[in-house]
Design a protein. Sequence first.
Length: 573
Amino acid sequence: MNSSAVAPAKSSDFIRDIINDDLEAGRHKKVITRFPPEPNGFLHIGHAKSICLNFGIALEYREKLPDSGTRCHLRFDDTDPIKEDTLFEDGIQEDIRWLGFDWDGLYHASDYFEKMYEYAEHLITAGKAYVCSLSDPEIKEYRGSVTTPGRESPYRTRSVEENIDLFRRMRAGEFKDGEHVLRGKADMSNPNMKMRDPLLYRIRHTEHHMTGATWCIYPMYDYAHPISDAIEGITHSICTLEFENNRELYDWVVDNLIDYAKFPSCPHQYEFARLNLNYTVMSKRRLLELVEGKHVRGWDDPRLPTIAGLRRRGYTPESIRAFCTSVGVAKANSTVDMAQLEFCIRDDLNHKAPRVLAVLKPLKVVIENYPDTDVEELDASYWPHDVPKEGTRKVPFCREIYIEQDDFMLEPPKDYFRLAPGKEVRLRYAYCITCTDIIKDSNGAVVEVRCTYDPDTRPGSNPVNRKVKGTIHWVSARHAVDAEVRLYDRLLLEEAAPAGKDSEFLHSINPNALQVLNNCKLERSLATSQPGDRFQFERQGYFIADSKDSKPGAPVFNRIVTLKDSWARSQKK
């Protein structure tokens, strides 16, 4: 973990309490954690919580125990060659580094395939494993249910010699996929279904992205995972709560191998609540369906809760780390409101994103008493008074400007303080204008507003008794930068994706999760914006120049988040 890693967070939770107890009791003299993703998809916000916890613990305890060898590994649990790819490995490494962390060692479960095979033969020799020739449906039938015990496989009584011979022939490639499996000889009446003679190896004639065609049998995750932890000397195996039932199998594997393998540690598994976020999907299968079904534009689509999608959306690593800290580490699952994540990015960008003017749905305004050829350069601050930063730019003002369509109304209600026939408003950083006339198209829609301005209301002047309640933003028509703006919102219309078949959740996708506006008008200074530049569009929200599609002179902006939680208000209507 190099010096570029983030400073350790000072936290307290039940995981750290366990670690502190272990250190005080002398059970461990150092802390070794790991983040062990399967390289079968891109990471999402839920993984960010695990990353922050595992890498954060290593950073924190290395500071407390500087010469102990405390560290955090990155290990890819690559036991299923059908679903895994180096594309996912590269993406995972990029995500971790972007979040501000680095690893002390990069490992793969496949690094240990030879050892795992050796250990499997030992289990067979010790009478703890056997080759089973039941088909997948038969294995499921024999396993029983949560209310009925399982039945022993008719192949459970094979001799050690026969099992060793069959297992070696499985490795040699003599059998087809599914013809045999290696199973642990545990307890078919165990109330924990995971312990009913668990599968340890299966045949798959598929090349592996790391080992090529070396193997045609592959260890199951629940067999490979504890062995990898034990070989690497992991002291605290931290995982999410859905693996709670796997803990007994984890211990069974380690306990039956530790005397033979002489592992440097006897790791123990600890479970914490996974991060569930409303109005989105956190299932790898469902994310994969969205991507492969072209419902989104790839793994980095800003509608997705993937770290790549959040990065492209404009979220900062600081905001995600702050969010994970605010959620905390608990023992019981719960669902976190999306508004909590949005608060963290607003709070972070408030001091990072300069304020600029942008009109997303333009309506033309002609100021009839302003000289046609004049252009004024008005001072505009990048920062509000409550942000201790300095910086200004010049915004041009001329006869024709654009305002937001929503800032004009023909027949406004009594409490409407924006522009309307006969009403006066102040233009941000500029003059007060009064609507005198309108122009409609053949369909009766207002396409142009005619106004007059009061030259005595120039910025910096203080006309006596002049009170104008409404202030709106605007952009000079002559100097406006044309841009595409993408308005992103929550992926789902419902708080939680409906249960049932994976594809059923597609009916809950929010049709307005992405709105593309092609005729937006931005202030002149944004013509030189670079991909990744973040701004607050005044009164609109926080935006980022898209990392892929935006170019200087032809910007494309993604909305990161609105200025307020408009979603909550809209759902109450």
